[in-house]
Design a protein. Structure first.
Length: 274
């Protein structure tokens, strides 16, 4: 990118590879002061190449999503806390959809101690997490497997989803705008997500706070179409107003502190019943 120093170009390449960069890591890598790195990050944020987070920055995106493996590094602890809190809302003996996403995979990971679940998914990573557990039955949607992330997309996947009416749907989104639109990047993935929303009695959105600072071009649904929203931050006033007006159950899940067990995290989320 024109106008960048060599170090700023390297920082941007690292962010594209791993999803985020941290000030402490960059100061050691480039052997410069933290103040110098912060200036580099601020310059890159001014160019809208990065978005600042506490202690560093994440890649900014508007029309193209991060590589799937890189997304696992973004807000990793927050996603884990969201997964635990979301799983705590799912009772034994129910049926559910789980769609593609690194946060929905954290929900699946936290469901492994549940019993008598029927899980229908278009996410091969979720299927691999759950199929070994004898008290969880897994059905995988058929169709084209997207090499980038293991998502099963296309008309065959949508057709299978439409054959079920489940108790819960666990969905993610790449971005949430200030008007409450849930957004993503791939219209084929969105079609599967829309079928999931349409065929669930209760829809749970799981999304960390970085999704509130992003943009994406394809509309999945609107916040008003969900019943539960699990996140890691107090919602902006506009989104909270939508939740209040629609009676959406908002759960704020806090990341695990050092020395705490996962069970302790499950007890941390603050429940707000609207």
């Amino acid at each position: 990118m024109a106008g960048l120093t060599h170090r700023q170009s390297e920082i941007l390449n690292i962010a594209r590879s791993f999803g985020r960069v941290m000030v402490d890591d960059l100061t050691r890598r480039f052997e410069v002061s933290a103040q110098t790195i912060r200036k580099d990050l601020n310059d890159l944020c001014d160019r809208r190449s990065l978005t600042r987070i506490h202690g560093g920055a994440i890649i900014a995106s508007g029309v193209e999503n991060l590589a799937y493996e890189a997304r696992r590094f973004v807000a990793a602890e927050e996603k884990k806390a969201i997964g635990i809190a979301a799983a705590a809302q799912i009772p034994n003996g129910c049926s559910l959809f789980i769609n593609i996403g690194t946060t929905t995979e954290e929900v699946a990971s936290a469901l492994t101690s549940h019993e008598d679940l029927l899980v229908i998914t278009n996410n091969l990573n979720v299927a691999m997490q759950l199929y070994r557990h004898p008290r969880i039955e897994v059905i995988v949607a058929g169709g084209t497997v997207r090499r980038a992330d293991g998502a099963v997309i296309g008309s065959a996947a949508i057709s299978l989803i439409g054959q079920f009416k489940v108790d819960y749907a666990i969905i993610g989104a790449s971005a949430i705008d200030e008007e409450g639109a849930l957004l993503d990047f791939d219209y084929r993935e969105v079609q599967a997500a829309q079928a999931i929303v349409a065929n669930a009695r209760s829809v749970m959105l799981v999304a960390d706070s970085t999704k509130l600072r992003r943009s994406a071009p394809v509309r999945i649904a609107h916040l008003s179409q969900i019943q539960t929203f699990v996140t890691d931050v107090t919602l902006p006033e506009g989104l909270q107003s939508i939740c209040d007006a629609r009676g959406i159950h908002v759960i704020t899940a806090l990341p695990k502190r050092p020395g705490e067990s996962d069970d302790a995290v499950a007890e941390l989320p603050m429940l707000r019943q609207n």
